[in-house]
Write a protein that binds this ligand. Structure first.
Ligand code: FAD
Length: 348
């Protein structure tokens, strides 16, 4: 069995950051992606300072900033009283090379990483390749991959399951995904309307409190995304109608209604953490390992931190600079951070 590479399931932001880090560290990787190309879903739009520091090491922070918006501050507001507080990232300029958030769709990051890695001798990405099962031995892992109606078997020394919230890798390994799903759903409405023109002093990232219905106002290039929690007893179909979206949008700025709407997307909101992030030679990272409500922008950011933490340890073990036991620390560290910080701060 030729296992002289690391296998990765999923070419989302987490799988591709892990792949880029490993390939640059001298480790050959093969990424299997079930889609016929990179996902076009925009979902995450906020990159936090430490994540930008990590992406910089892969040459991806600058192109991301070039395609996104720099947000040097964010605001807490109330609909009734306006600005309540502003956090200025220059306050942490001594702790990061990037004292700002970047507002940019996650689908731009995956394209930047793929463009940079394509042609690298250690990097191989195979589309239309769904990982369907996992087997392990003492010295390696093997995955079954379904491609164009055929089933193939591929071997590697380790496997990273970065195949998202419904992870086949996690299910194949029999790892429980403990937690719960909120009864509220998250409605994201995007509009080209320029909120700067009607709310003076607004930043690109704004959390707006209101006793009736709070919301977020987030700017990405060319669009604003307004996120509402919806607890009405209404069907998903009804909530995704333009009429319903317009009724919520009409509450954002007094006197303004009938917005130009580009997209209306409804999401279920979950809080779940895998029972372990490591089983034998297989690892879980990103949404495959943990999901949380997206309000603080911690899902993809936390997943990228998983990817860098794990890939750095794998590079050291691959080169013989650290013992295998080094890899156990990935589970200990990242699962603890997920439970103690990300889950706690996104549930309360
Ligand atoms: C509305 C919304 C807003 C959000 N905003 C933010 C934000 O601002 N900041 C933030 O940090 N997070 C945010 N998130 C969360 C963020 O989108 C996710 O945490 C992030 O996408 C996780 O990345 P991932 O690579 O782990 O998984 P994914 O992005 O889901 O990628 C998984 C990849 O694996 C592929 N795949 C799946 N199954 C298989 C298989 N069996 N074989 C091969 N390939 C497979 C999929 O096709 C996909 O390409 C938001 C989420 C939502 C819903």
């Amino acid at each position: 069995m030729n296992n002289e590479r690391i296998l990765i399931a999923g070419a989302g932001p987490v799988g591709l950051v892990a792949a880029a880090h490993l390939a640059h560290g001298g480790v050959p990787v093969t990424v299997f992606e079930q889609g016929s190309g990179l996902s076009e879903e925009s979902r995450a739009s906020t990159f936090h300072p430490p994540t930008l520091d990590m992406l910089d090491a892969l040459g991806a922070a600058e192109p991301l900033l070039a395609q996104g918006l720099k947000a040097p501050a964010f605001q807490y507001r109330s609909k009734k009283h306006g600005l309540l507080a502003e956090f200025d990232f220059s306050a942490i300029a001594d702790a990061t090379q990037h004292p700002y958030r970047v507002q940019c769709e996650q689908s731009k990051l995956t394209r930047i990483l793929y463009d940079r890695m394509r042609g690298h001798p250690n990097f191989d990405l195979q589309f239309d390749s769904a990982v369907a099962g996992v087997e392990q031995t003492a010295s390696g892992v093997a995955v079954t991959v379904e491609r164009n109606g055929h089933t193939e078997r591929h071997a590697g020394r380790y496997l990273i399951g970065a195949d998202g919230a419904s992870s086949t890798v996690r299910r194949s390994l029999g790892i429980e995904f403990e937690g719960f799903t909120w009864p509220d759903r998250l409605l994201v409405v995007s509009t080209p309307f320029d909120f700067h023109s009607v709310i003076p002093g607004l930043t690109a990232v704004n959390y707006v409190a209101d006793p009736e219905r709070w919301y977020f106002l987030l700017q990405i290039p060319g669009l604003w995304r307004v996120m509402f929690l919806v607890n009405e007893d209404a069907s998903d179909e009804r909530i995704q109608t333009r009429e319903f979206a317009q009724s919520l949008m009409a509450g954002v700025v007094p006197g303004i209604s009938n917005y130009d709407i580009d997209h209306i997307t409804l999401y279920k909101v979950h809080q779940r953490v895998a029972k372990t992030f490591k089983l034998g030679r297989a690892f879980l990272a990103g949404d495959a390992a943990h999901i949380n409500n997206p309000l603080g922008g911690m899902g993809m950011n936390g997943g990228i931190h998983d990817a860098v933490n794990l890939a750095s340890r794998l590079v050291s073990v691959w080169r013989g600079d650290a013992p295998e036991s080094e890899l156990d620390r990935f589970d200990k560290q990242r699962r603890l951070v997920t439970l103690e910080y990300i889950q706690k701060s996104t549930i309360t």
